[in-house]
Design a protein. Structure first.
Lengths: 180, 575
């Protein structure tokens, strides 16, 4: 079962390192990680696929939520969510199996993004496990090269985002005193 | 309007606005612009002799006052030397802000002279850290750093400032608000949980208050006192919480844990309710977790949500500022119409009776001898002079445990030790910070002969600033705690724990310009300690104690805390 942690974090240097550091310092490997900007360019959405025992995962997520740059870390493992991944496969194939490869790609909803006498480059999106099957199928036709994007996830339930309102500074009150 | 100023001046401006009156540091190449500005700036810079000790001294300052301590180091080795102090502050939730110099922004990543990836290295050593890439960001970052360090669960924050940012000219931007949307500070406990807690409190027969460093950090000692008096519950203070409830308070039992008292550990193991306040169920307190407080329901109050359920799943979790939560609990208890019926009343009396008899069965007693100074005797004598009022700092190890067991603390912020990290060499520099913070206080630095030698360079700082710190070296000629474990669990194969060639204390102190003395006879002890206290300046008292002494009670690693080894020579396991 794919374990997915979804994070909303500030798009700041070091934010990624802080999040991954919480996993690496506990000796956990990251299966996949994707991160990109959200609608708000100051924020990023990160999706991490991990393999961590569930109580430890809960603890790690609590620690992630404590990070100053993290607005929200959610465990999507047991929540309704859509999980998708993109894979790019380059398959070298003999002339006689070209048709069969195209047929297989179609079954998996793939799209040919490059075609040459040596073979194809095919793009498929889907459930990460399904992509694994696609890769296995392609391998049976010849030599392949694969790049996967890592899992992307979106939760299907709206989780209330708790944000801390601005806090007046101790320094600020003094500034105002001196200014006036 | 604001005047044009350098980044270095702007930093000092920010520090002054945060109320910083002194910082502990050590200059270097990239912090030259900062030190040039400090030359004629009112902010006091305390020159230590090693950057690690700058961090420890800042911690000592913070631990003694509750204010944010500040330390400063140059790039590269200066910054890496700070890290032990940062981790120490992280483990014990101590608010400090560390300023480090960095090579100029253009040189970052080029393996420049004295360059280190301070931002990366200190990621896991800090609550949060910053690399200031441009001067405009500096004021916001520095004020944020102080806010993050002091709020919520306190901790260390590091601000790494490149040389060219110190040198750049700019205007101080008024920082009116800290906006950290992802940094949640939970202060109010959940009302429903507080109600449930009150129900458990009202009905428990064998309750125990388990109070820790969170009480000290939150300044919640008055609320804690009211709580134990209102409920009549017995209380234990953890190593980090000593003084949270005065050692003199009739409801105070003592410290629990690996070297806790028999009564405290038996009370933990037999309680039907633990009121856990600002504690983290540390392994040194709980022993084998599965066997810890097996009969108890747990109310856990902590400001850090990640502590709730980390080691022990609570029955009533309350995330919030323990000061406010306790105030609300006290109020709810005051308003409660429920009073214990006769069955409950007599059960509670029996519980207290049981605790008192545990205390009598195996009290924490200062052992003495006619021929040699027992370490416990030393601590008892310091206790006699302190009367629960002196600041006592310590390193880690046997001396720390005996001090924690035998010295009374009448209020919080008197007992200053490296709890979570267990850093040797902490006590002496921490005493420096504490003495700067509290010039009115008698400060004892109780250190072992091992830890003292890690901190020896700071004798120079102590003399240079004329700090009247009383350094008491509990000298058993060994790395005592390691020796104890080798003796008990490694067939007494004493491997690299003997510390011979300890310097002559009198000559050593004299070399720095102050008084020192070595004593080894029990009849010398009280007069020697009194003389040290009477001395207006610093004093180094080297006390040779019996080398073979072990700290008891002791819960062996992996043991349940009611399975204590109570002492030599025939270790007897408690029931």
């Amino acid at each position: 079962m794919l374990q997915i942690i979804s994070l909303l974090l500030e798009n700041k240097p070091g934010a990624l390192m802080r999040v991954t550091g919480l996993l690496t310092q506990r000796g956990y490997n990251i299966e996949s990680l994707t991160v990109a900007r959200t609608l708000d360019p100051e924020l990023s959405r990160m999706t991490i696929a991990v393999e961590v025992d569930s109580t430890l995962r809960e603890q790690v997520i609590k620690q992630m939520n404590k990070l100053v740059n993290v607005l929200q870390a959610t465990d999507l493992t047991d929540l309704p969510a859509v999980i998708r991944e993109l894979v790019l496969v380059r398959v070298r194939t003999a002339q006689e199996s070209r048709q069969a490869v195209l047929k297989e790609a179609e079954i998996f909803g793939g799209r040919v993004v490059d075609s040459s006498t040596e073979g194809f480059a095919i793009e498929v999106t889907g459930d990460p496990e399904k992509l694994g099957e696609f890769i296995d199928v392609m391998r049976s036709y010849g030599e392949i090269e694969v790049t996967r994007s890592g899992a992307l996830a979106i939760g299907l339930e709206t989780k209330k985002l708790r944000l801390q309102p601005p806090v007046p500074t101790k320094g600020a009150t003094k500034v105002e005193e001196t200014v006036q | 309007m604001s005047t044009l100023m350098s980044g270095a001046r702007m930093l000092l401006e920010c520090l002054s606005r945060e109320g910083v009156d002194c910082m502990f540091g050590y200059p270097g190449g990239v912090t030259l612009p900062l030190y040039d500005t400090l030359y004629d700036h009112p902010l006091r810079h305390i020159l230590v002799r090693h950057e690690e000790n700058a961090a420890f001294a800042a911690e000592g300052y913070a631990r003694a006052t509750g204010k944010v301590g500040v330390c400063c180091a140059t790039s590269g080795p200066g910054a890496t030397n700070l890290t032990t102090g940062l981790v120490d502050a992280m483990m014990d939730s101590i608010p400090i802000v560390a300023i480090t110099g960095q090579v100029s922004t253009k040189l970052i990543g080029s393996d420049a002279f004295q360059e280190a990836d301070t931002f990366g290295i200190t990621r896991s050593c800090t609550k949060h850290n910053y690399l200031v890439k441009k001067l405009d960001d500096l004021p916001q970052i520095v004020h944020e750093a102080f806010y993050v360090a002091a709020s919520g669960r306190p901790g260390p924050v590091l601000v790494d400032i490149p040389k060219d940012v110190f040198q750049a000219q700019g205007h101080y931007q008024h920082v009116t608000a800290i906006h950290l949307p992802g940094y949640k500070v939970f202060t109010e406990g959940h009302s429903g949980q507080i109600r449930r807690a009150v129900q458990l409190i009202l009905r428990s027969e064998r309750a125990l208050v388990y109070a820790g460093g969170g009480i000290v950090a939150a300044g919640a000692a008055p609320e804690l006192r009211e709580f134990v008096e209102r409920t009549g519950f017995p209380a234990v203070n953890t190593l980090m919480g000593l003084g949270a409830l005065s050692s003199e308070h009739p409801n105070f039992i003592s410290m629990p844990g690996m070297h806790g008292s028999y009564a405290a550990n038996m009370a933990m193991s037999n309680a039907d309710l633990l009121v856990a306040l600002g504690v983290r169920f540390d392994d040194r307190v709980t022993g084998r977790l599965a066997a810890f407080a097996p009969h108890a329901k747990v109310i856990h109050v902590d400001i850090d949500p990640a502590e709730i359920g980390k080691n022990r799943a609570p029955d009533v979790p309350i995330v919030g500022d323990v000061k406010r939560v306790l105030a609300r609990l006290n109020q709810a208890l005051a308003e409660s119409k429920e009073s214990p019926d006769s069955t409950l009343g007599s059960a509670r009396k029996a519980w207290w009776h049981q605790i008192r008899s545990w205390k009598e069965e195996h009290p924490l007693q200062p052992t003495t001898s006619d021929t040699e100074i027992k370490p416990q005797h030393l601590m008892a004598e310091i206790d006699r002079l302190s009367q629960g009022r002196a600041i006592v700092t310590s390193d880690v190890g046997q001396h720390q445990m005996w001090a924690a067991q035998l010295i009374r603390f009448g209020e919080p912020r008197l007992w200053i030790n490296s709890g979570g990290l267990g850093a040797m060499g902490f006590g002496l520099p921490a005493a420096i910070g504490a003495q700067f913070a509290r010039p009115d206080k008698l400060v004892f630095a109780i250190v072992g002969d091992g830890g003292f030698q890690m901190a020896i360079p700071e004798l120079s700082t102590i003399m240079s600033y004329g700090l009247p710190v009383k350094i008491v070296v509990m000298n058993n000629g060994y790395l005592g705690m390691v020796r104890q474990w080798q003796e008990l669990f490694y067939n007494n194969r004493l491997s690299s724990v003997e510390l011979d060639c300890f310097p002559d204390a009198e000559k050593l102190a004299a070399a720095y310009g102050f008084k020192g003395r070595t004593i080894e006879k029990p009849w010398e002890l009280s007069a020697a300690l009194e003389a040290a206290v009477q001395e207006p300046g610093p004093y180094l008292l080297n006390v040779k104690v019996s080398p073979a002494e072990c700290v008891y009670p002791m819960v062996p690693a992996g043991g349940a805390i009611n399975e204590m080894v109570l002492g030599p020579p025939q270790p007897v396991a408690a029931k």
